[in-house]
Design a protein around this ligand. Structure first.
Ligand code: GDP
Ligand code: GDP
Length: 455
């Protein structure tokens, strides 16, 4: 009907307005007890129902979706990062280093009552070196009497300290306004992958799966002189490696090459580094040690890739060690544990012998092509119409939601929005995702489908 048509046009406009690319990242850093978590809670409370405050989940959460004055951003909470890590100095600096690396804007919180400490000074050095915009917050300024304590923090040389009481909210609006002033539209730390240059690959996996061995094998053969590669914006921690006759940017390799000393909490930092690498990458190669059973940690890393919306290739390493029996159980484990990502291209490699390492390039190409893919709206709706005609949504209580229209809102990864006249059951959504994958072949990329119900 014309009414439907008008609605659909309206929807289409909303969809096309949606900014694409990773959200800008704001990190809150500072020593323990300066009030970081209090500030995070204050910022999040400003928008109802943002936090999935499931007990036990929150502790592990690193990032939250937040909003201020109509701008969306990702808020990094380093307040929970301290758990189980020893050595205050190392802890503060190392946390800060990781957080700064991931951030577009840093909120550096100092306890105005205590004043600046040596730890604060060492964070200032890191901030200077990073060149990232910093909002310096003098916290615990609960009333005017403490304003002078805040002013003393000019000494840090990071510009004007903004007085705040994270606890009572005093000054929090000004702090957020100052953040928005320097916040980019799209994350540059996540480097929206539009500038061309070599494609960015993150090599990830739990410790000892063979990341550095594989990196060495890949790099050892054909190292590229970076200056020769046009359009390269490369961090010192990245490495350009030529594979299949083309340069590829392996991001954040410093963390792989450096043998991290096994302090307590090293796993936790490893997981933060994985996240940082994923934010910068377009595609991830997740290494699995086939010689051992697939672990929780392997699955968590794969989920991290999917949730970050990156293309995915799974490399089963140490293939040289497999005997018949282990191979049999491995395939069973893969069938059982990795059903969610059957779409990911698979390569069976040995970093040690070089077996099938050359198969990595075609797998990366496949995954990235899917990740970049855009389905024209007319084609999408044609195919969806056939899928739905062949297998309509079940009737519930005499009602059956109609699918009105669908569009691909963005690529990298492909995100679809389906407009309907009623709520779609989870099973039916999964069915649609599976069929869309079958029709369009999104091998190697997660896809997102969101449903908007016509009011
Ligand atoms: P974090 O370790 O940096 O995350 O610090 P928390 O947010 O856990 O805060 C440490 C302590 O300082 C808690 O007892 C807070 O209630 C307190 N605190 C945080 N912000 C303020 C503030 O603005 N004023 C006062 N008086 N106390 C605060
Ligand atoms: P990382 O912690 O993920 O960087 O893992 P490493 O590259 O340091 O490898 C951990 C151990 O596994 C080292 O002893 C490697 O020699 C060994 N390794 C890595 N890849 C292979 C492989 O393909 N086959 C065998 N047999 N050993 C491997």
């Amino acid at each position: 009907t014309p009414e439907d048509r008008a609605l659909i046009d309206g929807f289409q406009e909303t969809v096309d307005d949606t900014p694409t690319g990773p959200l800008p990242v704001v990190a809150i850093i500072g020593r323990p007890n300066v009030g970081k978590s209090t500030l995070v809670n204050r910022i999040l409370r400003r928008r109802e129902a943002v936090v999935e405050d499931t007990p036990g989940v929150t502790r592990d959460r690193v990032a939250y979706d937040a909003e201020w004055a109509g701008r969306d951003f990702t808020l990094l909470d380093t307040g929970g990062w301290e758990i189980g890590v020893e050595g205050i100095n190392l802890r503060v600096a190392e946390q800060a280093e990781v957080a700064i690396e991931m951030a577009d804007v840093v909120i550096f919180v100092v306890d105005a009552i205590v004043g600046a400490t040596d730890d604060d000074e060492s964070v200032v050095k890191l901030l200077r070196r990073s060149g990232k915009p910093v909002v310096l917050v003098a916290n615990k300024v609960d009333d005017q009497r403490f304003e002078a304590d805040a002013a003393a923090l000019w000494n840090l040389g990071l510009g004007e300290p903004m007085p705040l009481s994270a606890l009572h909210g005093r000054g929090s609006g000004d702090v957020l306004d100052a953040v928005l002033d320097v916040l980019p539209q799209v994350s540059a730390a996540g480097k929206a992958p539009l500038q061309g240059g070599p494609r960015r690959v993150a090599l990830v996996g739990r410790p000892n799966v063979g990341k550095s061995s594989l990196l060495n094998r890949l790099a050892g053969e054909e190292r590229v002189v970076v200056d020769d590669v046009a359009g390269t914006t490369r961090d010192p921690v990245d490495e350009i490696i030529e594979l299949g006759g083309r340069p590829w940017n392996f991001v954040d390799t410093a963390g792989i090459r450096r043998r991290v000393n096994q302090t307590r909490g090293a796993d936790f930092y490893a997981s933060l580094r994985t996240q940082a690498a994923l934010e910068k990458a377009e595609v991830a190669v997740v290494l699995i040690d086939t010689h051992e059973s697939i672990t929780e940690q392997d699955l968590r890393i794969i989920s991290q890739v999917v949730e970050t919306g990156r293309a995915l290739v799974i490399a089963y390493n140490k293939w040289d060690l497999l005997d018949e029996e282990r191979r049999y159980y491995l395939e069973k484990e893969i069938d059982r544990e990795l059903v969610r990502v059957t779409w990911a291209p698979r390569v069976n490699v040995s970093a040690l012998t070089g077996r099938h390492v050359d198969k990595l390039t075609p797998a990366l190409d496949t995954a990235l092509a899917s990740w970049d893919r855009r389905i024209p709206t007319s084609r999408l709706n044609g195919v969806l119409g056939e899928i739905v005609a062949g297998h309509p949504h079940p009737v519930r209580g005499g009602k059956q939601p109609r699918i009105l229209f669908a569009t691909q809102a963005s690529t990298r990864p492909p995100r679809f929005v389906i407009f309907t006249s009623g709520f779609l059951e989870a099973g039916y959504r999964r069915f649609l995702e599976r069929r869309l994958r079958e029709e369009f072949g999104f091998d190697g990329t997660p896809i997102e489908i969101s449903v908007r119900v016509r009011e």
